[in-house]
Write a protein that binds this ligand. Structure first.
Ligand code: ADP
Ligand code: ADP
Length: 232
């Protein structure tokens, strides 16, 4: 029941010289687990997340997500994985400005051909789940930062993905709202979703069950937590 697996993953970028962003990383995420990746700027966090998110392919080694081999799949197949198996939550929310909250959340379901009635039902459920049942027809610019991130979390959950990826999800909101957003991510994980979180903030990482510390493209250590940070 490992929904995500990285085996001896190397990722290099060639820009005249070669940059080794990941230098041999192996990591597995069990179904329902809650993992944070911490490391200094440039250590390879975004690269790792982009590989698990099927946005990019490894130079060497293997990345599998819900049974799909990300490195061997075509671009079209990877787009399919992103649409069905992966929920993204970004630092900058990445909502569609012209669409209201309902339409933003429903967007992933359009690509996956959900019938109209089920799509509506699911979208309502998700907006209630994130506490925005009364803001359904508001556009992003009519919502606060925290509310926008709630919409983004609802959107991430829409296709019932195998894994939810969060890249610095509290990076653009104040500390108090950030704590609320992390509480919501904790709930998402408590409902059984696998969550992978990238952050450079210790207090945020402590919401997870374990922290993977990376440096210079390598896992330096893996720290198991007791979950006490969630109530901090
Ligand atoms: P982090 O997210 O921890 O800041 P990144 O994964 O973004 O680290 O970057 C790891 C290394 O790979 C850095 O040296 C960065 O400059 C380089 N890198 C990341 N993405 C690219 C890219 N698209 N092209 C070239 N170099 C990249
Ligand atoms: P953050 O650490 O805040 O996530 P990054 O510095 O990792 O931001 O970069 C954000 C984006 O830019 C990532 O998608 C990464 O792949 C890309 N990137 C990072 N470094 C480089 C680089 N040297 N050349 C090209 N793209 C890069």
């Amino acid at each position: 029941d490992r929904v995500v697996r990285l085996a001896d993953v190397r990722k290099t970028y060639d820009l005249g010289g070669t940059v080794e962003a990941l230098a041999g990383v192996s990591l597995a995420l069990a179904a329902g687990s809650y993992t944070a990746v911490m490391g200094p700027s440039g250590s390879g966090k975004s690269t790792l997340l982009n590989l698990v998110g099927a946005l990019d392919t490894p130079t060497e080694g293997r990345v599998t997500v819900a049974g799909h081999d990300v490195g061997r799949d075509s671009e079209a197949e990877r787009a399919g994985i992103r649409g069905t198996e992966i929920g993204f939550v970004f630092q900058t929310f990445n909502l569609m400005p012209r669409l209201d909250a309902i339409e933003n959340v429903a967007l992933p379901l359009l690509f996956d051909d959900w019938p109209r009635e089920r799509r509506r039902e699911r979208t309502r459920e998700l907006l209630s789940l994130v506490g925005l049942g009364d803001r359904r027809d508001h556009r992003p610019n009519e919502l606060s930062g925290g509310q926008r991130q709630r919409v983004a979390i609802a959107r991430a959950l829409a296709p019932d993905p195998a894994v939810v990826l969060a890249d610095e999800p509290t990076g653009n909101i104040d500390t108090e709202t950030g704590a609320e957003i992390m509480g919501l991510l904790d709930d998402v994980n408590a409902r059984g979703n696998t969550v992978l979180l990238v952050t450079h903030e210790r207090t945020i990482a402590e919401h997870a069950d374990r922290i993977v510390h990376i440096r210079d493209g390598l896992i330096e250590s893996i720290e198991q937590l007791d979950g006490a940070g969630r109530n901090a």
